[in-house]
Design a binder for this molecule. Structure first.
Ligand code: SF4
Ligand code: SF4
Length: 166
């Protein structure tokens, strides 16, 4: 396995701990129960313990450049099992917030957001004539109601687009 190089940050843990809900990160003993109990870690490359380990050693640039904190479903399953009360879903939300602030969101998530704002639905491009035929055969309406007005309002409110999708 190739080890990623990074310049250790002596302040990353403090940075997270200073944000609301981030103060419990240093209670983690890196036991791995979260990864064992995680809803999506099994059978995937997602590894919440590894992310926490990277946080605790100050691998700030690796954590902020990783897609891993973005994969957390925030289901809190791990938190109900963590003996040390570490709220990983909150911690990962804080990591994402810092990532957004620094403008280094992983491109795949930017593309997903753009697709939602453009189409009103993440999977709209997957809605082909074939799918429409299948729905008709099943007696389902082939007309889906793309909620463009909703996404336009969200876009306008949170991203200052001026409602360009209206
Ligand atoms: S967050 Fe909790 S369960 Fe996960 S490694 Fe740390 S102490 Fe263990
Ligand atoms: S909150 Fe995130 S890390 Fe915890 S079990 Fe759910 S998906 Fe996994």
């Amino acid at each position: 396995m190739v080890r990623q190089r990074y310049t250790p940050s002596s302040t990353f843990v403090k940075e997270l701990a200073s944000l609301p809900g981030g103060d419990i990160i240093d209670k983690c003993i890196e036991c791995g129960v979260c990864t064992a109990k995680c809803a999506i870690a099994s059978g995937s490359e997602y590894n919440p313990r590894k992310v926490v380990q990277q946080i605790l050693v100050g691998a700030r640039e690796i954590v902020l450049g990783s897609t891993q904190p973005w994969l957390c479903l925030t289901c809190q399953l791990c938190e109900s099992e963590c003996q040390y009360g570490v709220n990983l879903s909150k911690i990962f939300k804080l990591v994402r917030r810092i990532t957004v602030r620094e403008g280094i969101i992983p491109p795949v998530f930017v593309e997903a957001a753009e697709t939602i704002f453009e189409d009103g639905w993440l999977l709209k491009r997957a809605y082909t004539d074939f799918v429409a035929d299948e729905r008709r055969e099943l007696g389902l309406s082939s007309r889906l109601n793309w909620n463009n007005r909703y996404t336009s309002r969200v876009s306008s409110k949170y991203f200052n687009t001026g409602g360009k999708n209206a």
